[in-house]
Design a protein around this ligand. Structure first.
Ligand SMILES: *[C@@H]1O[C@H](CO)[C@@H](O)[C@H](O)[C@H]1NC(C)=O
Ligand SMILES: *[C@@H]1O[C@H](CO)[C@@H](O)[C@H](O)[C@H]1NC(C)=O
Ligand SMILES: *[C@@H]1O[C@H](CO)[C@@H](O)[C@H](O)[C@H]1NC(C)=O
Ligand SMILES: *[C@@H]1O[C@H](CO)[C@@H](O)[C@H](O)[C@H]1NC(C)=O
Ligand SMILES: *[C@@H]1O[C@H](CO)[C@@H](O)[C@H](O)[C@H]1NC(C)=O
Length: 355
């Protein structure tokens, strides 16, 4: 009786505190979007008949008083995962806008708002993908059999429906990795997303951001944080057979690989249920080692084992404890000198309730 009323009191006071201390408002200087990369193809009989296609789409939100680092959010399932927590609460987009970071939501060629392709594409409805999403996103070992302590609102059927419906058509091919990284490299070099880019990626977005870095010729890319990257890039001076599908491993000339070592920092982040001997964890450790051997700064971070955050799904930045996960990203940006303001002034008192 005493215990339950104490718990009730604590829960009540936490809510009261959140209400009493409103979060810092989001104040934007501007927002908008643009197409970038892609090509113009011509009708072979009527050369003045053209189609502009295979570009990417970038939506941007620029705070009134911005920091220098642009956070470029690269989805896997869809860019919705950056916008809200699983239960509809605040996602990374608003959290980091409150922290004054310019935020960019990227849809690569052929997906989302860049679906204007140069070639025929097909969408095959795959009945059963709801069930495979559940397992692949590390919500549980079998459909609706939740992992104990999973950071998902397990009793909230609407939250599950939101999660599984928010999907883009997925092109898990090497050709699509090349196509998307071509457009993203042009975007990075263009200066239109700033001169200090940190990619935040999920799942197959990680391989694409790594590939983009090996293609860009400028110095605008400063960091990459991958959440559960399925696929890595390796240099051609090691014994590694390139994969032929959309999840790597991809092999690039050593000179291009070395561009990854020029970034301030790279972090490969893993949620729960990722054994050390599983394919992609092993690849993340090898990729980090090789980047560091080239003079870079790459680390593998397991949220549970290394940072004590348990129950993480495949999309930890949408999890119920995403404020804690975001806190780690905040530390990463600070530790690597990526948290400065454009006006050069110090970080004031945020008053945003972040620990
Ligand atoms: C094609 O466009 C060019 C340049 O605008 C123009 O000079 C030419 O007349 C056009 N040809 C046709 C067949 O419309
Ligand atoms: C695309 O599909 C259309 C309609 O089926 C067909 O006419 C066209 O030849 C296809 N184009 C290519 C490049 O396959
Ligand atoms: C970088 O330079 C190489 C060599 O000139 C070029 O082939 C490539 O297209 C450039 N990348 C971008 C993104 O412009
Ligand atoms: C390269 O790796 C393959 C597969 O692991 C192995 O069979 C082969 O002996 C290796 N070759 C060298 C030169 O290390
Ligand atoms: C990975 O390690 C676990 C024990 O830690 C073992 O049960 C499993 O068989 C191993 N899997 C592979 C693919 O080696």
């Amino acid at each position: 009786m005493l215990v339950s009323s104490l718990l009730f009191f604590l829960a009540g006071s936490a809510i009261a505190e959140e209400q009493a201390r409103p979060r810092k408002p989001i104040i934007l200087e501007k927002s908008g979007g643009f197409q970038i990369g892609g090509k113009i193809i011509r009708n072979s009989f009527r050369p003045n008949s053209t189609l502009s296609c295979d570009h990417g789409y970038m939506e941007y939100f620029i705070p009134w008083r911005p920091r220098t680092t642009s956070l470029v959010m690269w989805h896997s399932s869809s860019s919705q995962v950056w916008q809200n927590r699983w239960d509809g609460g605040e996602g990374y987009k608003d959290m980091f806008l409150r922290r004054d970071y310019p935020v960019y939501l990227w849809d690569g060629p052929r997906v989302g708002r860049a679906n204007w392709a140069c070639e025929n594409t097909t969408y095959t409805p795959a009945i059963g993908i709801d069930q495979s999403n559940f397992v692949a996103w590390m919500l549980g070992p079998r459909f609706k059999q939740w992992w104990p302590g999973v950071q998902f609102p397990t009793q909230n059927e609407a939250a599950w429906q939101q999660a599984t419906s928010a999907r883009y058509v997925e092109y898990d091919t090497k050709a699509n990795v090349e196509l998307q990284s071509d457009a993203a490299a042009i975007a990075a070099d263009s200066g239109r997303i700033g001169s200090d880019i940190v990619y935040l990626t999920n799942s197959a977005g990680g391989l694409r951001a790594m590939m983009t870095t090996t293609k860009a010729n400028g110095t605008n890319i400063k960091g990459i944080v991958t959440y559960e990257s399925i696929g890595y890039v390796f240099p051609d001076n090691i014994n590694m057979t390139a994969g032929t599908g959309g999840f790597g491993p991809l092999v690039v000339p050593l000179e291009r690989f070395k561009k990854l070592a020029k970034l301030q920092a790279i972090q490969f982040v893993w949620g729960d249920h990722r054994a050390e001997n599983s394919t992609y964890v092993k690849q993340s450790r090898l990729a980090a080692k090789l980047i560091n051997e080239c003079g870079g700064n790459a680390k593998v971070v397991k949220l549970a084992e290394d940072r004590g955050l348990r129950g993480s799904t495949h999309i930890p930045f949408a999890d119920l404890d995403n404020r804690e996960v975001a806190g780690l990203l905040n530390e990463f940006l600070e530790e690597n000198g990526l948290d400065g303001y454009v006006d050069g002034e110090e970080d004031g008192d945020d008053g945003d309730g972040w620990e």
